[in-house]
Structures are given as structure tokens and as C-alpha cells.
Write a protein that binds this ligand. Sequence first.
Ligand SMILES: [Zn+2]
Length: 414
Amino acid sequence: MKLEKYSMGIGDRFCHQGKAQLAAFVEAAKRGIHVTPVWNKSNREHLIVHSEPASTRAEADDAVKSLGWKGAFRVDADHIGIKTVDRFLPVSDFFTIDVADFIGKPATEYGLDDLVKLVAGIGSKPAIEEISRPIELSPEKIVAVAGKYLAAVKEAGRVYKHIEASKGRNNFITEVSMDETDQPQTPEELLIILAAIACEGIPVQTIAPKFTGRFNKGVDYQGNLAKFETEFNDDLAVVAFAIRNFGLPDDLKLSVHSGSDKFSIYAPIHNAVRRRHAGLHLKTAGTTWLEEIAALAAVGPDGLQFAREIYAGAVEHFDELCAPYSSVIDIQRSKLPSPGEVNIWSGDELAAAIRHDSQNAAYNPAVRQLLHVGYKLAAQAGRRYTDLLEKHAEYIGKCVTTNILDRHLLKIFG
Ligand SMILES: [Zn+2]
């Protein structure tokens, strides 16, 4: 199964915005921008909202049918591992194998000789086109990088084989992710990781490294823009080189996780991908929930009351809500208004604090990030929440579509 050149991960915690999300891809396609939607929902999200992977598949199928979408679409088992993959097997055709927890662990079995041989085959100074500085490889360096990443790649191989045994070869898309970790991978490390993945026999189609800088959920990129741009370009160069030299699938591309709202790096990403004729997968995931809660705050008294309660609950349960996301959020607690303060804000004021518009002085990234991880509280509200979503579906749907189309699809792929 091939993955199209451009694809974007969309997530929808409560399974109510399938059509509104897909409408953005329909509109982009009308403008000649063809991007494959990938419904992704991580195991972590399913556990928090008590949903089953089958509901994501049903949502995607239903949206595709009712909008008459003729393009490809996928359903991603996002951030799964050997212990969590099974319930995704019947319904997913895209698997994001998350092995970040295995980085730095000693490899129990050794495929090191094969790896050293494969990497040695490209020479100690491989001629990688358009890389900003040459990569130099020595056997010692290969062994050192392998020491850090081989256990993770071995684990990816184990999970891949498990999926393949169930789905059959070529019947699904394979992603390997190493993004939820502390240290970014250098282009050099990425090259050796891709060689190890090739040795392991994983037909990887998207690879999610950790890039330099902070990719906090739902807010803009934080870090050195020039450094990111150089690194991203070098990663693209390494991926193209690895396809040609390690026999990896020719649709292999970079996957940018926590990609929602990274407005300041969209232009460099867009330019680099275009210049190199490379593909790109960008995951946006959970921010559809933020569109829902912001829209509810603005739409009427019942929605506003609900949004205020969610905020108060999120402040109260701060530690518990933030813990599963510690490497991908960065909330300045001193910037959080008290629930009492928020309770006297108008609906538009609360919506403006949540919505990511850096031109608006009322925008508050701390509030936005806290609510981003606060979806658990809406899940606990059950029918009360989903009834509100249904009552105000038209307005919320418009906000969801606009967010995906104008702030993401057109900026990155346009
Ligand atoms: Zn991720």
C-alpha cells in the first residue's frame, strides 16, 4: 500500500467532526491541493476518552461516504506498541509504531554486524546531495549511534512483524516514531537509524524523528528557526539518500508530529519540501477539540457555562491532566487566570483566549495548552458534552473546517 506524497493526520477526540474535517480536504482539492486525510487517534487518547479504535474507522468511513470523497484516506493506529496494537488491527491501515521508550536501552539481540556492513557500504564520507555539512562516519560512530537506537529499531521490527502477520504484507502503511523523547536526533543519527530499519526489514514509509526545538501541543514552534530549517533540509537529504542506498520504499517521507499550529515553521517546511520534490506527512490531531471548546464558549450561554466548567476543572486537575503529555506541553502556570476570573469573561473573551491568533492580545497559550490536555474532562461529561456538540454542530463545524483549511492545509501544502 502506497502513501500519497502529501498526507495530513487529523484527529477528533469525540468523533463528531469527521465531515467538518474532511470538508477542508474537499475544499483544498477544489483548489488543486491534493492531500490524503489520515484519521489518527492514539492509544493514549482512546484510553482517556474510553473509545474504541473501531469508532475512528466508522467516523472516517461515514465522512467519506457522505461527502463523496473519491481520494485516498487512511486510519492511523497512532503511537502504538506491542502491548497496545491488537485492538487496532482490524480497523487500521496505517500504524505509527512508537519506540521512543526504547531509545538508549541496551539491544538484547545483535544485528550490529549487518548494520555496520550496510553503513560501511556507503563510505565514510557519503555523498549526500544538498546536505548543509558533510556527514562523516567511522565504525566507532556507527556502533555508538547503534548503541543508542538499535533496541528501539529492534522493537519496531517486532511490532512491524506482528502487524504484518495479521494484516499481510503491503496491506498497510508503516510509520516509525521516535518523537516523544528528550533529545532530538541529528541527521547523522537519522541516517544510521534508517539503515538499521532497513537491516531489520521494516518497509518504513514515514519516519517521525524528534526535531530540534519544542513541538508543544496546539501552540507555535519554540526554538531556533534557522537551526530547525537547516536540520529539516538535512533530514530530507538523508531520507532521499536512504531510499536510494538502503533499499527503503520510495514513498518514504518525514512525518512531523504535534504539527498543529506550528505556524512559524510552515513556510520553511513548505519551501524545503517543494524544492526537493519530497513528500510530507503532518499530524495535527487533537486541536479539533480546541476548536470545539472555543466555539462552544462563543456560541451561547449553555456552551459558555460548559467551557467555564471545563477550564475550572482543568486548573484543579492540572498535574493529572498534564502528566501523560509532559514532553509535548510547556505551560506557564503563572499565566493561567483563576477560574473565578474566567467566570466573568464573556464568551468571546474566553474563545479569544483559546483560539490561536497571535495577533489577538487576548490569546493565551497557557490556557490553550491546558485545555488541550483537558479533553478528559469533556469525556467525563459524556452526553452533556456531545449533546452540546450536536446542538451547535453547524457553527462548530465551520470553525473546525476553517482551522484545518486556512491555518494548516493551505499554509503547508498550498
Ligand atoms: Zn507523536
